[in-house]
Design a protein around this ligand. Structure first.
Ligand code: DGL
Length: 284
């Protein structure tokens, strides 16, 4: 079984895409709504909370867990993979959602022997993310390893996840998004971006707000689509993590369990509003 972990509701954007790509695959989603938002927590807190969420999904039978959260991927993934998994769960795997984005953006898989030295004219990429993700510089470092010719600018967007999770009015969200887009353009003296990464899984839920704030025609790199493409590349090489082999199109849609550490009725209502369909969370 495949598990997806997020701090709250945002990872549903990834779950939705995975579900469409692997309709026969049983999935479990865990949103840590009780602790969210992660974007303003300390790194040790994020690490401990992510490990506890992943442990829960392992206990429920997941062999593979995707951290459907940029903050957890940026801050906790490497430490869990290197310091915890090999001794605690040597047969299981945790994947993040940050490197697939970077590989798609740069068109390059990074490899130590050939870190990519070509010298192309500067292109500007803006990363909008939580404070923890921007502070980690994970996007910047992963892009620079592969494509040092990109100019990367980052903008932390504190408060945005909290507004999304609270189901705030669209205009309040728009005001904050306008402010953050304006801040980075002024600070970096930019008129436009060549590409924009919405580096928080919550932000695709309000992509229209970013579109309205960004210069017309800005390319927004779609995280759900890219994460699914990378999973479709990974799973055939690791069939042990699939319950159903090959295309699942033949089978009926498999069960997807949605767990929350928060209050299931409130979380279900909010998630249903964002995804435009009925969603039933159960207590984790
Ligand atoms: N959804 C998460 C992310 O992608 C974190 C949001 C939060 O809890 O602050 O960064």
């Amino acid at each position: 079984m495949i598990g997806l972990f997020d701090s709250g509701t945002g990872g549903l954007t990834i779950l939705d895409a995975v579900q469409k790509a692997l309709p026969g695959e049983p999935l479990i989603y865990l949103g840590d709504h009780a602790r969210a938002p992660y974007g303003s927590m300390s790194n040790p807190e994020i690490l401990a909370a992510t490990r506890s969420g992943v442990s829960r999904l392992f206990a429920d039978g997941c062999g593979l867990v995707i951290l459907a959260c940029n903050t957890a991927s940026a801050v906790a993934l490497r430490s869990l993979q290197e310091n915890w998994l090999p001794t605690a769960y040597p047969e299981r795997r945790i994947l993040g959602i940050l490197v697939p984005m970077v590989e798609a953006l740069t068109g390059l898989e990074w490899d130590r022997e050939n870190p990519g030295l070509s010298n192309q004219p500067g292109q500007t990429v803006a990363v909008f993310a939580t404070r923890c993700t921007t502070r980690s510089r994970a996007y910047v470092e992963e892009i620079e390893k592969r494509a040092p010719w990109f100019r990367i600018v980052q903008q932390a967007c504190p408060g945005l996840v909290r507004l999304i999770e609270a189901g705030a009015a669209g205009q309040d969200i728009q005001t904050l998004v306008d402010r953050y887009v304006g801040e980075v353009m002024t600070r970096e003296a930019l008129q436009a971006f060549d590409g924009v990464i919405l580096g928080c899984t919550h932000y695709p839920l309000i992509e229209d707000r970013f579109r309205a704030a960004l210069p017309a025609g800005t390319t927004i790199v779609s995280q759900p689509r890219i994460v699914v493409a990378s999973l479709e590349n990974y799973l055939p090489r690791h069939p042990e993590f699939r319950t159903h082999q090959g295309s699942a199109a033949a089978g009926a849609a498999a069960q997807v369990r949605l767990l929350t550490t928060g209050h299931p009725p409130a979380v279900s209502a909010l998630a249903g509003r964002f995804l435009g369909r009925q969603i039933e969370f159960e207590k984790a």
